[in-house]
Design a protein around this ligand. Sequence first.
Ligand SMILES: *Cc1c(COP(=O)(O)O)cnc(C)c1O
Length: 395
Amino acid sequence: MEEKIVYFDNAATTKIHDVVINEMINIYKNEYGNPSSVYDFGNRVKTIIEKSRKSLANNLGVQAKEIYFTSGATEADSWAILGTARKLKKKGKHIITSTIEHHAVLHSVEQLEKEGFDVTYVPVRADGILDFEEFKKAIRDDTILISIMAVNNEIGTIQPIKEIVEYVKDKDILVHTDAVQLIGKIKVDIKDLGVDMLSLSGHKIHGPKGVGALYIRKGIKIENLIFGGGQEKKKRPGTENVAGIVALAKALEITLDNVVEKEIKILELREYLIDNVLKKIPYVRLNGSRQNRIPGNANFSFSFIEGESMLLALDMYGICASSGSACTSGSLDPSHVLLGIGLPHEIAHGSLRVSISEYNSKDEIDFLLDVLPGIIEKLRNMSPLYEDFLKNKGV
Ligand SMILES: *Cc1c(COP(=O)(O)O)cnc(C)c1O
């Protein structure tokens, strides 16, 4: 089928900037030497890596030696959490996280529970923002680590990371944030944010998949997650993903170029989408705070609808989006994030996440707005729940 793709799944992964692809091709073609070798052909690759580390660090307001390249944010999250806990286990065995974290964080702390650590999962309010009172109550004398995401990947809500850091500044507790969905949306100054560790990923900022980084503040020591040679100061061994590293730094640089203008455009598209969905379609709600969310995220729940059917119907028009119901991952449970904001199962099942990037246009939003009401109506007309609802309403 010859059809244009309308890509609204930018929270899942993004289109790579053309310039980034060209840089990668150059590395693969011309700079294939081993960075750990003695001869110049390899040594100059080491220089390329260090230049990228410096560029990435500069764009994040930190020192180059505080950046460690990884295979992505899943590894960065796992490393920060497991590495910190295992290093500090004699000091304390309590970790605080939230109920709406990415699985890279949730499954890492679950692993720690198996290793004898105690984890508190702080709830979020109905608007998807951390319940700060509950957060304060969660802190204990034996708390060693707090890991709270900067921006949620499903509902786009922005968490109060600076306030968390400020609140625990006199306590001996490390703060890690999964900032995958924040980096590239605004210019983040990590020193200003104040966290001890921060994870980011290449493919969420128009870079390639399979590369990311963990910022570890100077002076902080955590255990290795993997073992091997001397790369990344022996802390993250393995021959470097040179093209990926170069691409990650370049992707951040390009994404941050004119970032304010880009995000204003993205915000306008999102507001236009939200206004019109709420106007054109009955029995719908917006999930997560409308104000306190990143510009590119809209997440709706349509009553009497199965998220998967909606996605398949949109796919017929070449529209890529995602849903909070996790049937695709082999489970019928709705997303823990949507349940975390208090949605009942049946409402959470009918959710649709539209995530917008700088590559989207108003025409594409209009196309979505043209087809979505019809899809919803058709699916509702096939729904026994909707039939019951109309009967009870006396229609
Ligand atoms: C995508 C994502 C991850 C995982 O990143 P990978 O680089 O794909 O491993 C972690 N956290 C959040 C919030 C994400 O959106």
